[in-house]
Design a protein around this ligand. Structure first.
Ligand code: SF4
Length: 850
């Protein structure tokens, strides 16, 4: 590992592994395993901090911010950061039934026993998950009713810019960049605990940290119309909270060895944030205002982070993240330096947020090398007039030229993102979406490919701290009417249409600009069973309607237009951009005037910069590769041989590792090989794959001492070195037992497997009874076993496939040909498969026929 000290510990399911049958009964057990590569914990730490993400593991693991904070905290010996994600309903039911409290992934620390519990506030529709996680942890939801015996509850992320609907549940919120402030919060907690002060004292000290908002230090009152009439600071010196800024990304902590999940996650790759902030000034975009000013990481630092992260993780894709990657000052030289450095290793570079207008032919060419199904462009609005109002700054000409370039580079599909319900929108603007999409399709035809277009349309939600924060949000009926209209227009033009469900947009809008009274609705909705509201199949609209009814709160009140002088629930929270500037921008939207990007040189006066520490930091486009950074480590000489050899490996898969699916195992080995830099060969063709071949796919939950796979590598590396190198990076539960070189043309493993030896332990069974069952079964001549597959009935004679059968304690040991060990156990014992659901199956050996 480069530059990190790994302090690993494992949750209880890894330590005393006793066949975790509970996890085998639910979907995707890898969500709950922990112990991933790069996971760290420090159970003896003075301050134990659990970072909680209120969504399922694969969503939370794709969130860069959480990895950044995890790394920032774990850099300190006295601090131990662990992770927790919202359990999916199947796991939640298990936890509730068994009375098991929600715990961290790293060490199984019950969340209630943490010192600090920090929630990522990424989107409004995850709020009920926060309440559910508190409930599952046994932590009272209301901050006012919590004592010192539960963790300090902290929230941060984009929704912290108006956290008022959550104000009753959190002790503090952090506004702005978190990687430095989060350590300061932990440090204040540590000092406060040494003095054994009252919680009020802790909150007072925390409020002194830049960016920390303590909601209980403000009282909110409302007028007769229900609008906020006063935001009363209860401490005179604490009347306004300004967001936290990281001045220079080059000197702030960044993970170079992020946690690598075992299972497939939404974004499964190395992510390097190349810049923070965007000053294009799109008037609907909250991120464009609350992350200002633009601060670019230097290309040298980006290259260094990419190099270290690839080596530490074994990923084969790098994603260069920012709000608008194409605006990064050195983007073209950076991408070409990365491509030339990593092309031989088949590492792909992706730029997920490319704006029309920043896409040069070279960039399109680079992006093309990544295995992608579609190219996404975001015109946001269908008409030139509407794009002018939102300050999108792209013309139809730009868009069509980009579409032509993208189709010409070989893409068949372009995904277009639009919004309906933007301020001032008419039906002509909505019709413009379909017309523009059709013109994009024509560019595809002109470029000589089919020109497929997917049109995704969301409903505009006005967000705090944007020029549109005062605007009305369109209601349910209007969303449906516009969606219906678009569906017809797009169908006429044979274009695919995807839309956001109207109730979800309404709910998002209510909480985005909500106030403290909505806490009651959240509590009621949770009581009615709401959680995972952003997941269509889990969303229960009628429960939400009931929650609003029961609390006497009208959701439509929150969608209305606000007067310019109305006190907004977040007016005491300062993102740096002034209210005057936002009002000015709103006026310019109405006039259709363009506001230029200040990156071009002229400050437009948004108010964020102090032009000393807080200022724009951009890098000039010098060739990134020519800046003295050492190239990646060379493969030692003798290992770049043209000749290939085949290595056969035997490995064990035990303990928690048996919860991994075959596909997850292949991905894990691929990354392990990449981390060790074993010179593996790749298949030819458009999507080259490392040359692995596994003997068989082991069922999830089965432990094995006899798994086999072959790999083809460059001659000269040696089988023993392969074994040792892999063992140095494999997680507990996977171990290479043997490795030997075999002829390149040797028969494949699946052909030469003859028999397999299994042990099936049936907890609570009586050995005498098992012996009688064995005797009875061995006396049979035949035992036909039938099952159905794709409508066909298949049959196997289990008796003839059985070569040895003995009893050892409460276990059956068998040597079999075809057939599954559990089927043999059912056949031998005469018990129903459900009765054997807690049986532990171990694969002990494989006999080959050559
Ligand atoms: S203060 Fe001026 S230079 Fe700084 S982000 Fe705002 S507009 Fe740009």
């Amino acid at each position: 590992m480069v530059g990190v000290t790994e302090m690993r510990c494992l949750p209880s399911i890894w330590g005393d592994w006793v066949h975790e049958t509970e996890l085998l009964k639910i979907e995707k057990p890898a969500r709950y395993m922990g112990g991933e590569f790069g996971a760290r914990c420090n159970p003896g730490a003075e301050v134990r901090f659990v970072l909680a993400f209120p969504d399922v593991y694969e969503v939370g693991m794709s969130h860069l911010g959480l990895q950044v904070l995890y790394d920032a905290l774990n850099r300190h010996d006295w601090l131990g950061a662990e992770r927790a994600y919202a359990p999916w309903p199947d796991r939640e039911a298990q936890l509730r039934e068994s009375g098991t409290p929600l715990s961290s992934l790293e060490s199984g620390l019950p969340l209630r026993e943490a010192d600090i519990l920090g929630f990522t506030l990424q989107y409004e529709l995850s709020y009920t998950n926060i309440l559910n996680m508190l409930e599952l942890a046994g932590i009272p939801p209301l901050a006012a009713s919590r004592g010192d015996d539960v963790p300090l509850i902290v929230g941060g992320g984009p929704c912290a810019y108006n956290p008022e609907p959550l104000a009753d549940f959190f002790d503090v919120f952090l506004l702005g960049d978190g990687e430095e402030a989060i350590v300061e919060i932990a440090e204040v907690f540590r000092q406060w605990r040494q003095t054994r002060g009252a919680k009020e004292e802790l909150l007072r000290r925390l409020a002194d940290i830049d960016g920390v908002y303590v909601p209980s230090f403000f009282a909110v009152s409302y007028d007769e119309a229900g609008c906020v009439s006063a935001l009363q600071p209860l401490r005179p010196e604490y009347a306004r909270v300004r967001r936290r800024f990281v001045a220079d990304l080059d000197t702030s902590p960044y993970p170079n060895a992020p946690v690598v999940p075992f299972m497939k996650t939404v974004h499964d790759r190395v992510s390097v944030e190349i810049a923070r902030g965007c000053t294009r000034g799109c008037r609907f975009c909250q991120a464009g205002y609350v992350y200002r000013p633009v601060r670019e990481r230097s290309p040298e630092r980006v290259l260094q982070l990419v190099e270290e992260s690839l080596r530490n993780t074994g990923y084969d894709e790098i994603s260069l993240l920012s709000l608008s990657s194409g605006d990064y000052g050195c983007i073209a030289p950076l991408v070409s330096a990365l491509m030339s450095r990593y092309a031989d290793e088949r590492v792909a570079v992706s730029l997920p947020s490319l704006r029309v207008g920043t896409l040069t032919r070279e960039l399109v060419e680079e992006v093309r090398k990544v295995r992608k199904t579609g190219f996404t462009l975001a015109p946001e609005a269908g008409s030139e007039r509407m794009r002018g109002a939102i300050n999108k700054g792209i013309t139809e000409e730009d868009l069509l030229a980009t579409a032509f370039a993208v189709y010409s580079a070989g893409w068949r599909l372009i995904k277009l993102y639009f919004m309906i319900g933007l301020p001032g929108e008419t039906m002509d603007d909505v019709a413009g979406i379909a017309e523009l999409a059709a013109r994009v399709k024509r560019e595809g035809k002109r470029a000589g490919c089919g020109g497929e277009v997917n049109v995704a349309v969301s409903s505009f939600v006005p967000k705090p701290h944007t020029p549109f924060q005062w605007e009305a949000q369109i209601g349910y009926e209007e969303i449906l009417t516009k969606q219906q209209f678009l569906r017809g227009e797009l169908r006429k033009r044979k274009l695919n249409f995807k839309w956001h469900d109207a109730p979800l947009s309404i709910l998002e809008g209510v909480f985005a600009r909500g106030d403290r009274r909505l806490g009651r609705v959240l509590l009621k909705a949770r009581e009615l069973g709401c959680r995972f509201d952003g997941w269509g199949e889990q969303f229960d609209f009628s429960a939400w309607q009931e929650a609003f009814r029961a609390t006497g709160i009208d959701p439509l009140f929150y969608l209305r237009r606000r007067d310019d002088d109305e006190i907004l629930p977040w007016d005491h929270l300062d993102c740096g951009v002034s209210r005057e500037y936002l009002l000015e921008e709103r006026g310019r939207a109405q006039a259709g005037s363009f506001t230029a990007d200040c990156r071009g040189g002229e400050c437009t006066g948004c108010g964020v910069c102090d032009f000393d520490t807080i200022r724009m930091r951009v890098h000039s486009p010098e060739p990134a590769g020519a800046q003295g950074h050492p190239p990646h480590a060379e493969v030692p000489s003798g290992e770049q041989s043209e000749e290939s050899v085949r290595i056969r490996l035997r490995f064990s898969k035990t303990g928690a590792m048996s919860l991994l699916s075959h596909l997850e195992l292949i991905v894990l080995f691929t990354r392990a090989v990449s981390r060790t830099r074993i010179p593996i060969r790749f298949s030819r063709g458009f999507h080259p794959h490392p040359k692995f071949s596994f003997a068989t796919a082991l069922s999830v939950g089965v432990e094995s001492l006899a798994e086999f796979f072959d790999m083809e590598i460059a001659a000269g590396f040696g089988a023993d070195r392969v074994r040792d190198a892999l063992n140095s990076v494999l997680p507990q539960g996977l171990k290479i037992l043997d490795a030997c070189e075999i002829p390149l043309r040797a028969a494949s493993l699946s052909v030469i497997i003859d028999k397999v030896r299994y042990r099936v332990t049936i907890p609570g069974s009586d050995s005498k009874e098992l012996e009688r069952s064995v005797e009875r079964f061995l006396a049979l001549e035949t035992f036909p076993w039938r099952w159905e597959k794709k409508g066909r009935v298949l049959e196997l004679d289990l008796r003839r496939e059985l070569y040895q059968l003995t009893v050892s304690g409460s276990a059956l040991e068998m040597l079999v040909g075809r057939g599954k060990p559990l089927e043999f156990a059912v056949a031998v014992t005469g018990r129903a498969p459900a009765d054997l659901s807690n049986a532990a199956i171990e694969k002990l050996d494989v006999l080959f026929n050559e």
